[in-house]
Design a protein around this ligand. Structure first.
Ligand code: FES
Length: 158
């Protein structure tokens, strides 16, 4: 039951003032994102205005207010990647997954994000799926990578 999961998290932080960000981090670890109803309950438990809890949750880019996909696809849009075709890479990923940047597929399999420089510019353009880095990707390779993942490791001809 969501409420008891939240209560367990809150018990750890009991009596600690100014722990809202840490609590939100724990909630996100527990649920994978910050569900709206949990944020409302949290505000109630902490006796804070719901608007304050929401404003903190939306201020930090690493908090997610919607459910994320099982796999996170990140496409670098830093300068080095940009000049080597990162825009096409991102468009291909969007097309292949059928979502826009920042969205999650309907089956919650993938979320797609654009990121700034990943610190490996010599390998540009770069796409990362979960913890796997794909260097010097091409649009063809993007389709292959996302097709392979989607088909559970099987690769089809064509
Ligand atoms: S710009 Fe993409 S890794 Fe640096």
């Amino acid at each position: 039951m969501p409420e008891s999961r939240l209560k367990k998290i809150l018990a750890v932080f009991e009596g600690k003032k100014g722990a809202l960000i840490s609590i939100l981090q724990r909630v996100q670890e527990e649920y994978g994102y910050l569900p709206q109803e949990v944020l409302s309950e949290l505000a109630g438990f902490l006796k804070l205005p719901a608007s304050h809890v929401y404003s903190v949750a939306t201020f930090y880019a690493h908090f997610y207010l919607t459910r994320r996909g099982d796999h996170l696809v990140r496409v670098c849009q830093g300068t080095a990647c940009h000049v080597r075709g990162a825009r096409d890479i991102l468009e291909t990923a969007q097309h292949r997954l059928g979502i826009k940047t920042g969205q999650t597929t309907e089956d919650y399999e993938y979320s797609l994000e654009r990121v700034a420089c990943l610190g490996s510019c010599a390998l540009a353009p770069i796409m990362v799926v979960d913890d796997t880095v794909y260097p010097q990707v091409t649009t063809k390779k993007v389709v292959e990578i996302l097709s392979k993942d989607k088909d559970g490791g099987k690769k089809e001809e064509g």
